[in-house]
Design a protein. Structure first.
Length: 197
């Protein structure tokens, strides 16, 4: 899909586009992430953009969107106050406001990240310590894609900045896998960077 087809397909009310990726961003790529966020916000005035408010990719993508319209940036955080000083979004939702007992699909998808499976069970059952809280990040990543039964809508499309030397690792890899398993279309920088030329 090229840029013009993408715009024609996704510039409509209700479109939610996820912009996210790795914390470590090559210096030369930082302006490109900002440029994509800005370009998409300009060319899709009816769309909303979603982020996890992490450092790195999320920050640079978000800066681009915010330069056009901060009210169209939605952030989903793993807990209230997460990176509060770096949150430029018009709308923020924290995971601790979601009743995970009523979100079996989110929990199920989150547990597909096998290294976190036991921690997710503990987090959902109410445990909370510095180890268990790591599960909140993976659950947040799942919610960013699938939304919730309690009113957070799912995304329509996702753009990722991945580590091309170690692709699909960590939280970004989990989020890409959730998109793939749930037929959510996405692009990584190998494709979307061509749109900036």
């Amino acid at each position: 899909m090229g840029l013009s087809e993408f715009i024609k397909t996704y510039n409509q009310a209700g479109t939610i586009i996820l912009l996210e990726g790795k914390r470590n961003v090559n210096e030369a790529d930082k302006p490109k992430l900002e440029a994509l966020g800005r370009m998409l916000a300009e060319k899709l005035p009816k769309a909303t953009f979603r982020s996890g408010n992490a450092d790195g990719s999320d920050l640079y993508f978000s800066k681009g969107v915010v330069s056009v319209d901060p009210e169209r940036l939605q952030v989903i955080t793993p807990y209230k106050g997460h990176r509060k000083n770096k949150n430029y979004a018009g709308d923020t939702l924290s995971l601790d406001t979601i009743n995970l007992g009523e979100e079996p699909e989110v929990v199920y998808e989150s547990k597909s990240h096998k290294k976190m499976e036991r921690l997710i069970d503990k987090y959902v059952s109410g445990e909370n310590n510095r180890y268990v809280v790591k599960a909140a990040y993976i659950i947040r990543d799942t919610v960013k894609v699938l939304g919730t039964n309690s009113g957070v809508p799912p995304i329509s499309f996702a753009f990722f900045y991945d580590d091309l030397d170690k692709p699909r690792a960590g939280g970004t890899g989990h989020t890409i896998n959730v998109c793939e398993r749930n037929d959510v279309p996405f692009l990584t920088q190998q494709d979307w960077m061509k749109w900036l030329d």
